[in-house]
Design a protein around this ligand. Sequence first.
Ligand code: ZN
Length: 144
Amino acid sequence: MSLVQELRPGRLFLCRLDHNSEIVASITFLAKALGIETAAVSAIGALQRAEIGYYDQETHEYKTIEVSHPTEISSLTGNLSIREGVPFLHAHATLADSDGNLLGGHLQSGTVFAAEVYIRELLGRPLVRRHDPTTDLYLWSETD
Ligand code: ZN
């Protein structure tokens, strides 16, 4: 049976991230500062550089793809939930280069050129990530 958790809408936030800030750390910091435990997150903007992860399902390790040039954040979608007692951002991004070519995957880090973030807080019993032995990932689990 799939894990299904019913939540209800909470506060809504639009946030502009600082130039030169690290995008994953900035969104995580905002979540902590605003007291958000669970949320849906999306963003658009531009990054100066980034690291995108690809999870190898055989070796259970992330391959890191270095994006050393500026890109547009065509799409960033993700969520905030609780891992080891603190808010944790899980986000995937699609980045576009100067020719419009796309590169995407699990967002590991990125240096902000400009970014606008939309955070939709979700209220109810917070979702908690725990280690899943099958995938070796930290997935949402039943709270006991
Ligand atoms: Zn991911």
